[in-house]
Design a protein around this ligand. Structure first.
Ligand code: PHE
Length: 450
């Protein structure tokens, strides 16, 4: 059980705020044309992300010790719904296995920044170094294993001593780092071009793939649809205001994503010739180059800026990967009565093996394709564009149509002790809007009706 209400919010925010905000968001925004993408993404956050998050909270908190239990209890004892508890277990493995690869890169870059390894490098060298590093068979695997081991250590410590305490320390630090970096970035030459890219929409770039990507990004960034927040909500106290918490977490998450945009895009535009659509390498190739070039005359500033930036990435990644590992570990801990540390190690070992496949997607195994995708892209596709929307939809249908209305209302109003003015809107969204909207987007993507 989380000891405090703040602890619960910070842990959920820790799960939400992660590489999804600081790495995936700028990448997706850059590739999909900037402001118009952001607008659609924010709409999805509000209309789908937050309601699904509240849905996960309600199911988790109402229930028992884990997600399967929670579904059974909330359905009024229907055993069939226990199967929903397997979604977080499977997703936990999938998502951590590829997330940890990028998290491992951030750890390596933080180390490089610490030992001043970026100094004096040219743009070409940054690119070559990144390619050499990420395509190596062993080097990135080492860092990925290290980040999974760190995650495992924290999860093994338990909910209060590990997850809650870790989030309470890391989240405020993260915020501080972000603010410092935004300040620095906005003072760079041509920062206004970055702002334009972020805030001036060009709707001609919007097509159906942009819409699916914006939805995927909203879900990914909020960690919804996989049952991750449902897992955390099992540890929420009964006096937590679920609706308010959902809105706070989504607010923090969106803010951090936008602030990361404010760090990254002004920086990218500060050097002519760099492009915001550099893709996944944006924060590993483009940015260290920017730090060196822009602050070249003040090496100490380049050093501090790089170090703070990569430490920020590591912390953001860590608080999220903790929640991923917890999804699967909690299941083995509860259902098979394995001691928590043992369950955490078990899941970690499997994830290390799977993460190798994802890591090798950038090197030796780049030609190994399933459904036309390498392992890394396949895992990302399965999680963000498939399980998350479908899982989210199922949870909405469950809460909107299967669960007794009185039970739902009691859960959201803490048994009538708090007011919940948004309840009617929320219920409408989970019963009608969310399921239909997700289905339509899917149908469109699959080419139906064309
Ligand atoms: N929301 C996290 C991020 O933005 C990623 C995440 C996805 C965490 C799914 C948990 C579950 O980085």
């Amino acid at each position: 059980m989380f000891a405090s209400k703040v602890g619960a919010i910070l842990a959920a925010a820790g799960s939400a705020v992660g590489l999804g905000n600081v790495w995936r968001f700028p990448t997706e925004t850059g590739e999909h044309g900037g402001a118009a993408f952001i607008l659609i993404y924010v709409l999805f956050m509000l209309l789908l992300g937050v309601p699904i998050m509240v849905t996960e909270f309600a199911i988790g908190r109402h229930g028992g010790k884990d997600v399967s239990d929670a579904f059974e209890k909330m359905s009024g004892g229907k055993k069939g719904w226990r199967w929903m508890g397997l979604i977080p277990v499977v997703s936990g493995f999938l998502v951590l296995s590829y997330y940890a690869v990028v998290a491992g890169w951030t750890l390596y870059y933080a180390f490089e920044a610490l030992v001043n390894g970026f100094v004096g490098k040219t743009a070409e060298q940054f690119k070559d170094d990144f390619n050499t590093f990420s395509s190596d068979s062993l080097h990135p695997v080492f860092w990925t294993t290290l980040i999974i081991a760190l995650t495992c250590g924290i999860v093994a410590l338990g909910v209060q001593r590990g997850i809650e305490r870790g989030s309470k320390i890391m989240m405020p630090l993260l915020f501080l780092f972000i603010l410092v970096l935004v300040g620095c970035s906005l003072s760079l030459p041509n920062a206004h071009l970055g702002l334009q890219f972020l805030f001036q929409p060009d709707f001609s770039k919007v097509d159906s793939s942009v819409i699916l990507s914006a939805m995927g990004q909203a879900f990914f960034s909020l960690s919804v649809g996989l049952g991750c927040l449902c897992t955390y909500a099992c540890y929420f106290r009964k006096d937590v205001d679920l609706m308010k918490d959902g809105l706070s977490v989504a607010g923090i998450d969106t803010l951090v994503a936008l602030l990361s945009g404010l760090i990254i895009f002004p920086a990218v535009y500060s050097i002519p010739g760099l492009s915001p659509d550099a893709g996944p390498s944006l924060v590993f190739v483009t940015l260290p180059n920017v730090f060196q070039q822009v602050f070249g005359s003040m090496p100490w500033l380049a050093y501090v800026f790089s170090l703070v930036f990569y430490l920020l990435l590591v912390m953001a990644a860590l608080t999220s990967s903790i929640s991923m590992l917890e999804m699967s570990a909690a299941y083995f801990h509860n259902s098979f009565r394995l001691p928590r540390p043992f369950a955490a190690v078990l899941v970690s070992v499997v994830c290390v093996v799977l993460s190798m496949f994802c890591s090798w997607s950038f090197g030796d195994w780049s030609d190994v394709k399933i459904l036309g995708m390498n392992f890394f892209d396949l895992f990302d596709f399965l999680v963000a564009k498939f399980i998350m929307p479908i899982g989210g939809m199922l949870m909405c249908v469950f809460l909107g149509w299967v669960v007794d209305k009185q039970v739902l209302r009691a859960e959201l109003t803490n048994n009538g002790t708090i007011r919940s003015p948004l309840y009617p809107l929320y219920r409408f969204i989970i019963r009608y809007f969310a399921p239909i909207c997700i289905l339509l987007i899917f149908a469109n993507e699959l080419g139906w009706g064309k």
